[in-house]
Ligand binder design. Structure first.
Ligand code: SF4
Length: 280
């Protein structure tokens, strides 16, 4: 059985840097605190917790003079201010591409535009992007775009991991409702690359395996993209969820993974599929 792993499957540089930073601080200082999960992957959060990186619900749970790590997804302004007021040692792991989206929003807002973010409601990254301007509108799908009232002047950005197809469909509806519209395409290049590779791979293999947590909107989107091109697409969080029956009569398997999936999980999956291939 031929196994092809997408070239850039798994961790994007933003997540890899954030996880490395959390590990390094935990190793040096014994412990570091994070507001919520650093990435949407239970196994990564578990590994980090064992290393000394603790998840807290509120900054009040961080001990005096403690170190707090702000995640790759970005952090709301009031949390930054509170951490500074509490004199916490802030380590900023916000991905530079997310910082750039925040700056894009501020620039568009300074032009007097109403801000619209295309993204998932309540997702940490979207919440922090929306926070860069007042009364930001979040739109996640075409039905919500249809309901929007007419706007004279608007600036649009999107969550870094959106699928281009969803953004295109929403923008074409918004074009009929907004007179002066400026769109900055803020889908990040690791996401674009990952999506393109999955589309190419899904067309040429018998089965596609997408590795990622079901709590990760990014991984779910990759699965859906792959499913559109290959019915035999399965999402798993680790090798224990692989089902031998999927691989009967299969000559080729494609593997990709969401941006929050560590390398060792990809290797474990590949090794298990190899073993299955040798058996059937
Ligand atoms: S998905 Fe893109 S924007 Fe988000 S952390 Fe990774 S590289 Fe940065």
């Amino acid at each position: 059985m031929k196994i092809i792993i997408a070239k850039n499957a798994g961790y994007c540089f933003g997540v890899r840097d954030a996880v490395d930073l959390a590990n390094n601080i935990a190793e040096k200082e014994g412990e570091v605190y994070m507001l919520g999960d650093i990435v949407h992957n239970e196994k990564v959060v578990d590994d980090l917790s064992k290393a000394g990186a603790k998840v807290v619900k509120s900054l009040k749970d961080v001990p005096e003079n403690g170190t707090v790590l702000f995640r790759a997804h970005g952090t709301k302004n009031d949390i930054w201010e509170e951490a500074q007021r509490l004199s916490l040692d802030i380590k900023d792991a916000t991905c530079p591409l997310v910082h750039k989206i925040h700056q894009d929003v501020r620039n568009l807002s300074n032009e007097g535009r109403k801000i619209i973010v295309i993204g998932d409601h309540g997702h940490d990254e979207v919440v922090a992007i929306a926070d860069q301007s007042k009364k930001t509108i979040v739109i996640s799908n075409t039905q919500e775009a249809e309901k929007l009232k007419r706007i004279r002047k608007a600036g649009i950005v999107c969550q870094s991991t959106q699928a281009i197809e969803n953004v295109q469909e929403i923008i074409s509806i918004l074009m009929t409702k907004i007179f002066d519209l400026r769109f900055v395409n803020t889908i990040c290049y690791p996401t674009k690359r990952n999506q393109e590779q999955i589309k190419d791979l899904a067309k040429i293999v018998d089965i596609m395996i997408i590795i990622g947590s079901f709590t990760s909107a990014n991984s779910m989107r990759l699965t859906s993209l792959s499913k559109d091109l290959n019915d035999n697409t399965f999402q798993v969080t680790d090798e224990s969820e692989l089902n031998e029956k999927w691989f009967a009569n299969c000559n080729s398997v494609g593997i990709s993974a969401g941006a929050s999936t560590p390398d060792y999980l990809i290797n474990n999956i590949k090794n298990k599929i190899e073993r299955i291939g040798n058996r059937i």
